[in-house]
Ligand binder design. Structure first.
Ligand SMILES: Cc1ncc(C[n+]2csc(CCOP(=O)(O)OP(=O)(O)O)c2C)c(N)n1
Length: 363
């Protein structure tokens, strides 16, 4: 528990194990992060960045709806997801391509969701991930509910909920954190502080020095982590998960990161942030620092990267083809994936819609 216990969220210090030059603090590297595992996680991060790029290309060519790109936040998501069990719950906002898919959501369904196809909400049985939450800051109370239920059932399951710095201005987060603190629910509050809520900068979002310090008011620890450092993200989330499973309650993690792309495909970030600012973040890219780390160990070079990207491109192509050859959603798809059993008023609406459309076809 050393990293969380030692941390003072008021001090604006950040837990970092791997710096932007690929240097690491040997004594802090978790033993689970063997060379093989780090390589595997790096490959996942590359894959999700490629999926993200493909979605962007599809959107620009009219084959995808508006969506929120993830570029720059891969370590925050993959590092934290790898620290929990597949039986735990992931409760995302709307930028969590990597966390959701790493936790079991098939990537083609993620694509479908953002194409507006309700099939995108039909996750396979046993995948413990909630759908993206578009209303900002509404999902954290669900995570607290899920984890509280697990605690009442005396199960060792925990929930991790992802949200942005902007979501910390929503009342629901504070209700969720208060409840979590009082009932010591096994919840991890994962704030990806990517410095902006659309055009509102972090400095304008809150007068608090740090986001992590907000946890103090609710009686549990808050910790700031270098969100572009896979090792630190894993190590701190692992500790938070252990705390949760041991009955010690929630943790707020502020993953200090940067959204390299636009807020969504409808946004133009050049209107509110300077190129100089973006340039200061480019060398901190989570992928580049892992490349440097692996390269020092003789495990990464340009040839390996080319081969990897070639292989992953095939995977991304297959996903795209599957997505684009899937038939359009049916009326059933529109109704069937929200409730375990459809409530009566929705049964009536479904029937009404079917009959109305059938009548229209006859006319
Ligand atoms: C309740 C609500 N208000 C406003 C919006 C419009 N909106 C969508 S994303 C966003 C900013 C969210 O910022 P943040 O929570 O920091 O997450 P990020 O987009 O940076 O990942 C806003 C205001 C919304 N979706 N829901």
């Amino acid at each position: 528990m050393a990293l969380i216990e030692k941390h003072d969220p008021l001090k604006e210090q950040m837990v970092q194990i791997l710096d932007q030059d690929g240097n690491h603090k040997e004594d802090l590297v978790p033993k689970e992060l063997t060379d093989e595992v780090v390589k595997e996680l790096y490959e996942q991060m590359v894959f999700y960045r490629m999926c993200d790029k493909r979605m962007l290309n599809m959107q620009r060519t009219g084959r995808m709806g508006t969506f929120a790109p993830l570029e720059g936040q891969e370590a925050a998501q993959i590092g934290s997801e790898f620290a929990i069990e597949k039986t735990d719950w992931v409760v995302p906002a709307f930028r969590e391509l990597a966390a959701m898919c790493a936790h079991g959501v098939p990537a083609d369904l993620f694509f479908q969701f953002w194409r507006g196809n309700e099939i995108g909400g039909s996750y396979p049985e046993g995948v413990n991930v909630l759908p993206p939450s578009i209303p900002v800051g509404s999902q954290m109370i669900h995570a607290v509910g899920i984890s509280w239920a697990a605690k009442l059932r005396k199960e060792k399951q925990i929930a991790i909920t992802y949200f942005g710095d902007g979501a910390t201005s929503e009342g629901d987060l504070h209700e969720a954190m208060n409840f979590a603190g009082v009932f010591k629910t096994p919840t991890i509050f994962m704030c990806q502080n990517n410095q902006y809520a659309i055009s509102t900068s972090r400095a304008k979002q809150t007068a608090s020095k740090t986001i992590a310090q907000k946890a103090i008011a609710y009686g549990f620890p808050g910790v700031i982590v270098d969100g572009n450092d896979l090792f630190a993200m894993y190590a701190v989330t692992k500790e938070a998960a252990q705390r949760a499973r041991n009955g010690e309650g929630p943790t707020l993690i502020e993953a200090y990161t940067y959204r390299l792309g636009n807020h969504t495909t409808s946004d133009d970030a050049t209107k509110y942030r300077t190129q100089e600012e973006v340039d200061t973040w480019l060398p901190r890219d989570p992928l580049i620092r892992l490349q440097k780390y692996l390269s020092k160990k003789g495990l990464w070079d340009k040839k390996y990267e080319e081969k990897l990207q070639e292989e992953l491109l095939k995977k991304v192509d297959e996903i795209t083809e599957k997505v684009e050859s899937t038939p359009d959603q049916t009326i059933d798809d529109m109704f069937d994936y929200t409730y375990a059993e459809l409530p009566n008023h929705l049964k009536e609406q479904k029937e009404y819609l079917k009959q109305t459309l059938a009548k229209q076809k006859q006319e």
